[in-house]
Write a protein that binds this ligand. Structure first.
Ligand code: G1P
Length: 292
């Protein structure tokens, strides 16, 4: 069955970005000029998914405004002859059919996905987490959807990380079936490096069969007292095959201040507009400050 819907959890409080997130959602923090959640929506659309459900919560209204028409702004831009900007603004509201459900209590990522059930129904669907941005030139979700079409099962994206870093992620025990594809034997949320089944980390892209909702119903609060998506995936993997799709490049972590800064610089040097000048400035800065 073709995947037609995507779910983007965006209800978190963004405490790692205070004070910026005191009065605005972290998903609206821009990478250069584009809110991070827009990159995620664009990624889903590129993969052919145009029905997108964003799980929000209190204080997230600006996300809805961002993807809505802005009649006042549009007529202002039109009257000033700013047609490029007008086109850009219209594209944001036209690119997908976006729906919203509020999570209510922030009980964890698993709970956020569970509240999507009435919208998703009995269909496979994708989940995209906004802390991981995937470069437009990396067809990760497209690849995962192909695997899903081939096997009819859930697929999670994984990447190799260092042993120290594995405690920040879900870690899988893999059983490789192809070079870049493994069956998930088990998955554990944020293990200590010594207890991790491997250094293959779940990165925030998932394609699920609807049975994940049954697994989520059975999932008890886990790490940090939260309903963990990882625990539900582990349950699902005992019931039906779950695949892990291994990819290497093209991921930007924007989940904390330092990584956000690194991602901004990397994305900026690749941009056609600001990139060439920024690259020169950066090289000069490295020399001036004797960074190397
Ligand atoms: C979440 C998931 C974790 C996954 C990670 C990917 O953790 O719980 O399993 O590896 O996203 O970025 P978070 O980063 O929200 O703490």
């Amino acid at each position: 069955m073709k995947v037609k819907k995507a779910v983007i959890p965006a209800a978190g409080l963004g405490t790692r970005f205070l004070p910026a997130t005191k009065a605005q959602p972290k998903e609206m923090l821009p990478i250069i000029d584009t809110p991070s959640i827009q990159y995620v929506v664009e990624e889903a659309v590129r993969a052919g998914i145009e029905d997108i459900l964003i799980i929000t919560g209190r204080g997230k209204r600006s996300i809805e405004d961002h993807f809505d028409r802005s009649v006042e702004l549009e007529s202002f831009l039109e009257s000033k002859g700013k047609f490029d900007e007008l086109k850009q603004v219209r594209q944001i509201s036209d690119m997908a059919m976006i729906h919203y459900i509020r999570q209510g209590d922030p009980l964890g990522l698993g709970h956020a996905v569970a509240v999507a059930e009435p919208h998703v129904g009995d269909e496979p669907f994708a989940v995209l987490l906004g802390d991981d941005l995937i470069s437009a030139s990396t067809p990760l979700l497209e690849g995962m959807l192909k695997i899903h079409e081939r096997y009819g099962r859930s697929v999670i994206a994984v990447q190799e990380v260092s042993r120290d870093e594995i405690s920040l992620y879900g870690s899988i025990q893999p059983e490789f079936v192809e070079e870049n594809l493994a069956r998930v034997v088990s998955i554990v949320e944020k293990p200590e490096p010594d207890d991790a089944p491997s250094n293959l980390a779940a990165i925030g892209r998932y394609v699920f069969t609807p049975e994940i909702f049954d697994a989520l119903r059975e999932t008890k609060p886990g790490r940090g007292g939260e309903i963990q998506l990882t625990d539900a995936i582990n349950l699902l993997a005992q019931e039906q095959a779950v695949y892990a799709y291994l990819f290497e490049d093209g991921r930007y972590d924007v989940g904390n201040k330092l990584d956000y800064l690194k991602a901004t610089v990397e994305i900026a040097i690749e941009r056609d507009d600001v990139g060439p000048e920024f690259r020169l400035w950066l090289a000069d800065l490295v020399q001036r400050k004797k960074l190397l």
